[in-house]
Design a protein around this ligand. Structure first.
Ligand code: TRP
Length: 373
């Protein structure tokens, strides 16, 4: 990929062209036909589907057929616990919860403390484990069903994972890992092996159920390379290929064309941010505003490149009509950036306060969700 953007599980940079990604990764667009089917089955079309934030899939139609036939399938998603949770991380989790709500599916939630230990030079295994437990509070706070949600850390569930991971690893060559992930001879062997552990939960439901069981994986499109490998391996091991739904990457406060990154804390809102801190970040955000108030009143702003507008679109304006009005008012120069930021800050603070309360309550029920072996 050389058209000024790059999307891999380790790096997202440049202005991502999502249509091109569909082509290059060989996934399918979530088209109007599929949306209609989703609406028919689930009664409502989630905001993320209406706005093409979940925009791409592999075999989602097979999962819908299962649902229509009353067959059960599992959900699987995950998190690499490299730091606190930011709003970009919870986007696919919110969508996962929506599917769980609609289908009653069991969810496997993997926290890859090993992955982040292998890939982050500065992090110890204790660091990544500690962060995993912090992240679990955010997951629980989102309202997953305790009897249908199994959250695990790789290092604490390894007896269950390892037999499948070993089978997967035997089917993946070093050259494949080099080609798909850009790893080199100088990478440590944990990094090389890791993808087999990310594949494993996609096959565990078939092991648990003792028969072929479909799995749907909601994730950021940057995780697709792992699951391409996973889907190649599946038939070689006699498991069904997992289905996927991919979302776009939540923009950072540096502009609608950049991805939130935990390594630039000033440009992301973390679930643990104090309201004041969050507000300051928003007030400093990059917008699509003109150079001066006069200019903006005259020529308007550009919501397409505005990170504040992106926040409304991704999370903080559920009403499509109101989102449209905000965009029109911006382009017409009828609303200025300061005003737009102020309203956003209020909504973000309201969200954070409610989330942080639930996050604290999650401590008491954490053991209902976590599985170990
Ligand atoms: N590799 C992912 C990350 O860095 C974590 C992960 C593990 C994951 N399993 C997954 C993400 C399944 C999405 C779906 O965050």
């Amino acid at each position: 990929m050389d058209e000024g953007f790059r999307v891999t599980p380790w790096e997202v940079s440049g202005r991502v062209d999502y249509d091109r990604l569909i082509q290059e990764f060989g996934t399918s667009k979530i088209d109007s036909c599929l949306k209609e089917r989703l609406q028919k089955n689930f009664g409502e079309l989630h905001q993320y589907l209406r706005r093409d934030i979940f925009f791409s899939h592999r075999d989602l139609d097979i999962i819908l057929t299962d649902f229509e036939e009353g067959k059960k399938f599992y959900l699987y998603t995950g998190r690499g616990p490299s730091g606190h949770t930011h709003l970009g991380h919870i986007l696919p989790w919110i969508f996962t919860r929506y599917i769980q709500e609609k289908t009653g599916s069991v969810l496997l939630f993997q926290l890859t403390d090993d992955e982040k230990f292998y890939f982050k030079e500065e992090m110890t295994l204790e660091d990544t484990r500690k962060m995993a437990y912090e992240n679990i509070l955010d997951i629980i706070a989102l309202g997953f069903q305790p009897d249908k949600t199994r959250i695990f850390l790789d290092t604490e569930y390894i007896k269950t994972l390892y037999p499948v991971a070993a089978k997967v690893a035997k089917k993946i060559t070093f050259s494949t890992v080099k080609a798909v992930f850009g790893l080199e001879n100088s990478n440590n062997i944990g990094e090389i092996f890791y993808t087999s552990l990310q594949s494993t939960p996609a096959f565990l439901p078939s092991v648990f159920e003792g028969r072929d069981t479909h799995v749907l994986i909601p994730c950021g499109i940057d995780q697709d390379p792992h699951f391409r490998v996973c889907r190649d391996v599946a038939p070689k091991l006699g498991y069904p290929k997992p289905a996927l739904v991919h979302c776009k990457l939540f923009p950072s406060l540096m502009g609608a064309e950049t991805k939130m990154s935990a390594s630039l804390p000033e440009t992301s809102i973390f679930t643990t941010d104090a309201p004041k801190v969050a507000k300051k970040k928003i007030m400093n955000a990059f917008t699509g505003g003109a150079v001066s108030v006069e200019e903006q009143r005259k020529h308007g702003g550009n919501p397409d490149v505005c990170s504040v507008f992106a926040y409304y679109q991704f999370m903080f304006e559920p009403d499509d009509a109101k989102l449209g009005e905000r965009s029109t008012a911006c382009r017409a120069g009828n609303v200025l950036c300061g005003e737009c930021k102020q309203v956003l800050a209020e909504r973000v603070i309201e969200f954070l306060k409610a989330h942080q309360e639930k996050r604290e309550k999650a401590r008491a029920i954490l053991e209902k969700f976590v599985v170990r072996d």
